[in-house]
Design a protein around this ligand. Structure first.
Ligand code: CS2
Length: 478
């Protein structure tokens, strides 16, 4: 097949049963794959109608090929390609919000799942509660066509309630602590500001199971698309590249049913909390630590960063001394073995996961990845030099200048505010105090903890005076 041939769908698309908000790379590597396997094994009308809340890119990539795309597993023995057919269509919310609400109001839709990233919940990262002053929330409460995920979900539930249609199950698949409860909280808060009776109905009738999701999936590049065309002879701009590993732990609360995700190995539990804490702190906590310290040290990818023995040592010492002591034992998991496997996953040379990509949206990520761990250690009287170094590296990063004096392209909802706070101060003490004052990220109790502020300030000064490599080496070998 000539390389310019477009990937196309063979046969009919599955009947829809799921609406998914956020059709990005992770969704395609994860939810869409599990659902495709479930339908292949056990059938069921679980086709996915994907909704993009912002960009037309996913629609423009997927719809010319009927919603199908290539899932490329980057295994040590070489890439393995599967064509995934679970996505039925893609709607772009800003182009036609009414079509989105109608799709979500369709009785055939029994699950609305989310991979909208942390910032998509319009919440305060430090507390997990709805940001009532969020521009999209203010807009949606005025009653116009929705813009935000809470706005779309509540409008669709309102229409289902008015029509006597049973509600869908809301399934958060984002890296947030107690993601099901967090989603429930922001949606109920939004509903209550709109219609108390509707909020009462949602509270009584709608289920928000929690999940832990895990598969390392870098953003797709043009080089990935070209490599796939060389390998398979088809052009697929919607392809995703990911590691072989995947883990999905789900609270089994689906009153309207669900696909047979266990076919792909999904684990169903009564409470996901322990698995969530394990993953958010052991994986995402070291991921963010490597992202900021690795970027400042001049490393482009996670694999390059942990190729430096001191950065691998940073992870091992963080896990051993500051993270695992705060992680409850999840059923069926061997925590030291889990962390050792993480380091091997990070080392996968086929996965070009950029430190810059993981560094995005740190203001929305730090609370659940690093600061909860800090808080639990401080409460037990343990020092946190490694976590303080990671937080200080984030502070250096959002200052917008790297160690060579070059500008950093900081992507974060609070980027301008954080940079202005840094620019207004000249000393490590001044900058750390200013950033600790950002209540969206640091709650007052943590910000006022003298031991923590002192440790972060010392680490910040060390990064300024000696650089990230030296500071990581001192921590890893200390
Ligand atoms: C990463 C996550 O980009 C990031 O913030 O830490 O996307 C990470 O790759 C996934 O959570 C792994 O399951």
């Amino acid at each position: 097949m000539p390389a310019e041939a477009r990937l196309t769908r063979d046969g009919p698309a599955p009947a829809p049963g799921i609406v998914h908000l956020g059709p990005g790379a992770f969704f395609r590597a994860f939810n869409a794959v599990y659902t495709d396997e479930a339908m292949a094994a056990e059938g069921g009308a679980w086709g996915i109608r994907a909704i993009s809340l912002r960009s037309p890119d996913a629609r423009d990539q997927l719809m010319p090929q009927g919603g199908v795309f290539s899932s490329v597993t980057l295994a040590p023995e070489g890439p393995q390609v599967r064509v995934i057919g679970s996505v039925v269509d893609v709607l772009v919310a800003p182009e036609d919000p009414e079509a989105v609400v109608e799709a979500m109001s369709d009785p055939a839709i029994r699950i609305v799942s989310l991979t909208i990233t942390e910032k998509g919940y319009c919440h305060e990262p430090a507390t997990g509660t709805l940001r009532a002053d969020h521009p999209d929330i203010l807009h949606d409460l005025e009653g116009g066509a929705p813009r935000s995920a809470p706005g779309f979900i509540v409008e669709a539930l309102a229409r289902r309630r008015a029509a006597g249609t049973a509600p869908f199950t809301v399934l958060s698949c984002d890296n947030l602590p107690s993601n099901g409860r967090l989603a429930r909280g922001v949606i109920l808060d939004f509903a209550r500001r709109r219609d108390a009776a509707l909020a009462d109905w949602i509270e009584a009738e709608v289920r928000f199971p929690g999940t832990m999701v895990d598969r390392i999936t870098p953003a797709t590049t043009e080089a990935d698309v070209d490599r796939l065309a060389e390998l398979k002879g088809w052009h697929d701009p919607a392809c995703v590249q990911h590691e072989p590993f995947r883990q999905w732990v789900i609270e089994d609360e689906f009153p309207a049913g669900r696909p047979a995700w266990e076919v792909g190995g999904a684990q169903f539990v009564t409470s996901v909390d322990a698995h969530e804490t394990m993953k958010l702190r052991c994986l995402n906590g070291t991921h963010s630590s490597l992202a900021y310290l690795g970027y400042l040290a001049g490393y482009e990818t996670i694999a390059e960063t942990v190729g430096d023995a001191d950065f691998a040592g940073l992870c091992e010492r963080l896990w051993g001394r500051e993270i695992l002591p705060t992680v409850p034992q999840p059923e069926g998991e061997d925590l030291p073995a889990y962390c050792a496997a993480l380091l091997e996953r990070y080392r996968n040379p086929a996965i070009r996961h950029r430190t810059w990509q993981i560094a995005m949206d740190g203001s929305q990520k730090l609370p659940q990845r690093l600061l909860g761990t800090v808080r639990d250690n401080l409460a037990e009287g343990r020092e946190v030099p490694g976590l303080a170094l990671a937080v200080a590296a984030w502070m250096r990063y959002v200052g917008g200048t790297d160690e060579s004096g070059a500008p950093i392209d900081v992507r974060d909802p609070l980027a301008d505010r954080l940079k202005a706070l840094c620019d207004a101060k000249e000393t490590p003490e001044g900058r750390v105090a200013a950033l600790l004052g950002v209540r969206d990220v640091f709650d007052a109790e943590l910000a006022d903890n003298e031991a923590f502020a002192t440790a972060v300030t010392a680490a910040y000064r060390g990064l300024e005076d000696f650089g990230a490599r030296a500071m990581v080496q001192a921590y890893a070998r200390g």
